[in-house]
Unconditional design. Structure first.
Length: 182
């Protein structure tokens, strides 16, 4: 499986620096996604006839994977994050479900390549979580939910969308569930 360029050396250095500066960087729990992940595990598990596999793409330090392990929903859980040594090995095979949480909004220049990469790694479903209303002075560009939905829809089939924390600066986000094309 050929991979698009999803980061530059400078971007990777920046991310590694962020991880090194703060122990909390890359440790989001995403508790608001737990019910959705339960639903997807059941739905996709029924489709594939077993407990589905999960890849957390851009997993940071692995906190969301720990949360999913505690929920005991998946047969296999793996993470990929080129900025974290313990997760920098890129998967060579697809997973039933791929999550991409707080990655697209931090990868502006590489958004389309990241979505394409995830489309190749998602056997059944992908979940994107994108910040839409960043806190002032955060360095992130605000984009309305439809911006992220349109970006994902160029490379995957959007199945469902929702907005979490509507109107709350620093927290509002678009959650997009998508399927591979075809």
């Amino acid at each position: 499986m050929s991979s698009p360029q999803t980061f530059s050396p400078a971007h990777l250095r920046h991310l590694r620096s962020q991880h090194a500066k703060s122990n909390d960087y890359g440790r989001h729990r995403h508790l608001y996604l737990h019910d959705l992940m339960r639903e997807l595990a059941v739905s996709v598990g029924t489709q594939v006839g077993r407990r589905p596999s999960l890849l957390d793409y851009g997993c940071g330090k692995g906190r969301f994977m720990e949360e999913m392990q505690r929920l005991d929903l998946f047969g296999e859980i793996a993470g990929y994050d080129p900025a974290v040594a313990s997760f920098q090995a890129k998967p060579s095979e697809p997973y039933d479900i791929v999550t991409c949480l707080d990655v697209l909004d931090a990868s502006e220049r590489f958004v389309d390549a990241v979505i394409q990469d995830i489309a190749q790694l998602a056997r059944t479903m992908a979940v994107f979580d994108c910040l839409t209303k960043p806190a002032p002075k955060s360095g992130f560009t605000p984009h309305p939910p439809y911006y992220w939905i349109e970006r994902v829809a160029k490379r995957m089939q959007v199945a469902k969308t929702e907005v979490q924390f509507l109107g709350l600066a620093g927290h509002e986000r678009a959650v997009i569930i998508a399927k591979p094309m075809g």
